[in-house]
Design a protein around this ligand. Sequence first.
Ligand code: SF4
Length: 376
Amino acid sequence: MDIQLLTDYERTRLSERQPLPEAFLRLPESELEVRIAAARAALGDRVVILGHHYQRDEVIKFADCTGDSLRLAQYASRQEAAETIVFCGVHFMAESADVLSGDRQQVILPDLAAGCSMADMAAIDQLETCWEEMASVGVTGVIPVTYINSSAAIKGFCGEHGGIVCTSTNAAKVLAWAWARGRTVLMLPDQHLGRNTAYKMGVPLDEMVLWDPDAPLGGLEPTSLQHARLVLWKGHCSVHTRFSVRQIEQFRAAHPDGKVIAHPECTFDVVQAADESGSTDYIIRTVTGSPEGSVWAVATEIHLVNRLARELAPARTVMTLDSLGCLCSTMVRVSPNHLLWVLEGLIDGEVRNRTVVPEPTRTWARVALDRMLALA
Ligand code: SF4
């Protein structure tokens, strides 16, 4: 990894990272199981373990709560009794849990290298430049909306500037909230969630523009920026943008009665070509509630798809739309070995890989998250 190519946010995260010691590297699965279960039992109510849907099975089976970002954020905000929240997800999720947790609580991300390529596409200095440049051409009163897949600094900016956080579950509700407060909305970091959601709400594509953070004035003409109702940040998820219309055509040729369901982080073309689209929560509910005999191709992260396929077989057939597999390579960094290491650390009185959001970012990020939670 070339440290020079990293953003300040990534550098800070990785410089604080405590690597997994050698003694925890090559443990047999059976030993991991026994030791994690024993550590979990010894810690009792002092610890709560959260697991994101995209997490691998060997880790998620130890979670007290599983879900998408919204459900886990809500759950974390209610955990007043536990001293420690162990978040088996990625960095922005652990940051949100820290922001929402009480002062006595601490949040651990078992491997601080578990980041999110999409969150890393929006740096706070780029957002500040965007804000100033928009104002310089008369675009003011903008409501910033950030997807929960963003750093705490981005959420803090949104909180401080009258904005809000959204997830893929509540994006339409949040965008409606934002447009009730301002004519122009800036949505970051995922262009696809913003475009797909707004289009579904009836906003035409020609009222949306794409802001490139690496170009002066986002690579836009002042007039197109002034006309836009939605300014989309040029960010994307490297997992969900792998899916293509060609894959949908191939699936339909092989399964004429099958249906395709896509996550809104997929490209506009894929979402338009799919039969259904929605958040991970919506995907699970739709596929689980479909008639027996249904055949589904699912365009989202492979661990969720494989788990659904196992749970619903043989009544329903569920497969990934991308036969080469779409793995979130950062989420998978949290291994059972890391989980064991942080749990045994707590028993020894040592807090490993803690995630702390400093003030004043914490207060302003909480404002943006609370606005969302009040709507959810
Ligand atoms: S699936 Fe994409 S958006 Fe989600 S955590 Fe992984 S890289 Fe980030």
